[in-house]
Write a protein that binds this ligand. Structure first.
Ligand SMILES: Cc1ncc(C[n+]2csc(CCOP(=O)(O)OP(=O)(O)O)c2C)c(N)n1
Ligand SMILES: [Mg+2]
Length: 365
């Protein structure tokens, strides 16, 4: 390339810059999982597996749409953060877990993670409507779903709090030698918190079995990642702690699953944590009370039309020769299951007033 001509009239004084000299550091081994991921991006799912992923993602979408309607009708109170758009993340990752052995923890946008676990939509919807039959007995609501039976440790309203708690779960896996791995999900906004990096340090130092999953949905409430984050490639953020990162298309369930396989293998081999960045997008507002002034309708529409995870899976299935009727059957089944869940939630009783005093920590400690 031709050098740009020196502008006339400027000083000809030369500045000398020393070149950065690479410092040898034999001790520094950072496994490049990105390279392995680049070799095969998409998981080689069987037809049945892909059909299951499709069904689970569609269930989350329809469930969340219904939850949005129930919120509008006043049947769901408090905060409610929908997962619509991000379905491929929870489904792709959780399908790779060893059920009953691995644990999961996330923030307040948690309905999708529970559904991806195969938890009955009825008890999730009943929790949203504050009924006794809810998974947290109607006392947690949208942000505080919990199921120790499924090793699902919430549902947390304090942004980023789930990250050190996740390290605690991972520590327990290691201490008990139960072979489990903890998946700790958090957002791009949470990723700027100090507690996240304190956790990275300890998790890496102690080689804890944990996968940190950053769901980069491009916004933290009304603030875009570009406005809030000096380093927007979140998968690089573990480097200073020798935690390898994976940059993943979170809108493709097969890519998510493949990356999850790589991350889990690395962690299960005793190498310590992995950081995954899942690039995704939330279609709805941050919560139900979001005026959405910070982005255009066209931006959302563009992702919906060109990058939707459910449409991508549908296209893949049709290209494999799965008959459209089979997909229609799935849609019908899901519509019925979501209607059932909503009916169940609306018709079950609320907890008795005496329940206000149960499951509450009282006294000094
Ligand atoms: C410690 C703390 N600070 C602020 C809030 C208010 N708040 C709730 S959600 C949120 C944005 C988090 O964004 P992100 O981590 O990207 O997750 P997303 O909502 O996009 O899933 C904020 C600031 C909070 N709940 N907790
Ligand atoms: Mg976000």
């Amino acid at each position: 390339m031709a050098k740009p001509a020196a502008s006339s009239g400027t000083s000809t004084k030369k500045t000398t810059h020393k070149k950065a000299v690479p410092i040898p550091d034999d001790d520094f081994v950072l496994h490049s999982l990105q390279e392995e991921h680049g070799q095969q991006k998409r998981y080689a799912a069987s037809d049945d597996e892909l059909l299951t992923f499709y069904e689970q993602m569609l269930l989350i979408r329809r469930f969340e749409e219904r939850a949005g309607q129930l919120y509008g009708l006043g049947l769901i109170g408090g905060f409610c953060h929908l997962y619509i758009g991000q379905e491929a993340v929870a489904v792709g990752i959780q399908s790779a877990l060893d059920a009953g052995k691995d644990s999961v923890i996330t923030g307040y946008r948690d309905h999708g993670h529970m559904l991806a676990y195969g938890i009955d939509p009825k008890v999730i919807m009943a929790e949203l409507t504050g009924r006794e039959a809810g998974i947290s007995r109607g006392k947690g609501g949208s942000m505080h779903m919990f199921s120790t039976d499924h090793a699902f440790y919430g549902g947390h309203g304090i942004v980023g709090a789930q990250v050190p708690l996740g390290a605690g779960l991972a520590f327990a896996h290691k201490y008990r030698e139960d072979g489990g791995v903890c998946i700790a999900y958090f957002g791009d906004g949470a990723a700027n918190q100090g507690q996240v990096y304190e956790t990275f340090n300890m998790a890496s130092l102690w080689k804890l079995p944990i996968v940190f999953v950053i769901e980069n949905n491009q916004y933290a409430m009304g603030t875009s990642v570009k406005r809030s984050s000096a380093e927007t490639h979140f998968y690089r953020r573990g480097t200073a702690f020798r935690i390898p990162g994976l940059d993943v298309n979170g809108m493709d369930v097969l890519e998510v699953r493949q990356a999850a396989e790589i991350a889990l293998r690395h962690v299960r081999e005793g190498n310590g944590p992995v950081l995954m960045e899942l690039n995704t997008y939330r279609y709805r507002g941050h919560s139900m009370s979001d005026p959405a002034k910070y982005r255009t309708r066209e931006e959302v529409q563009d992702v919906r039309e060109h990058n939707d995870s459910i449409e991508r899976a549908k296209k893949d299935l049709l290209e494999r020769g799965i008959p459209e009727d089979r997909l229609k059957e799935i849609e019908k089944r899901i519509r019925a299951s979501v209607a059932d869940a909503a009916g169940f939630a609306e018709n079950s009783p609320e907890p008795a007033p005496a329940e206000l005093y149960t499951d509450v920590v009282l006294g000094s400690y």
